[in-house]
Design a protein around this ligand. Sequence first.
Ligand code: UDP
Ligand code: MG
Length: 200
Amino acid sequence: MSRALPEVVFVLGAPGSGKGTQCARAVKHLGFEHLSAGDLLREERQRPGSQYAAMIEQKIRDGQIVPVEVTCALIVAAMRRATGTRFLVDGFPRNADNLTGWYTACSETTRLLFVLFFECSKEECSRRCLARGAAGSGRSDDNEESLLKRFDTYVKDTLPVVNHYDELGLVRRINADHDPDSVFEKVKAVFADAGIFSTP
Ligand code: UDP
Ligand code: MG
């Protein structure tokens, strides 16, 4: 008997646009599992004996993107460990290298439903990240210097990925410049359009 392919939604948007916050709500109400590429990389960085730890830390601090072989392997391993079959892949693919790596590793073994794309002003995004840093996020990149680099990478490398999926008609844009509850109403509407309904 053939098994249905795991279904994937990519979640993209500037740093601080609310990807993680909204994914947490989607896990609770929409039955998806949340795979944050950034969190998986931070876990790998902490893993004793990881040969990638120093490289990952340097890339994160500099707002640069880790080679896809590392990131994609972590995502694939997390999908294999998971019990569910629907995944929010958050903060990936972030550049052309990520995109190629994903096509090679996963395009035939997963089904991409759509790309959830959070649009939020740079001012609001910076405000959120700096507030998160000040509140003790412990992230080595929630500071002004790293943030500038992260935004730069986002505009230069990630927006072209969004444009690529836009040309395929797969991007669902959400204005994320609002409070989390009202943004989540819009998220639910996008999933409902795809036939996926929320539970209370
Ligand atoms: N990162 C990466 N590849 C990815 C996802 C993240 O190299 O696929 C690195 C990159 O340096 C990025 C950092 O991890 O700036 C933080 O990513 P995260 O998604 O946690 O940040 P967010 O955009 O959610 O604020
Ligand atoms: Mg995040």
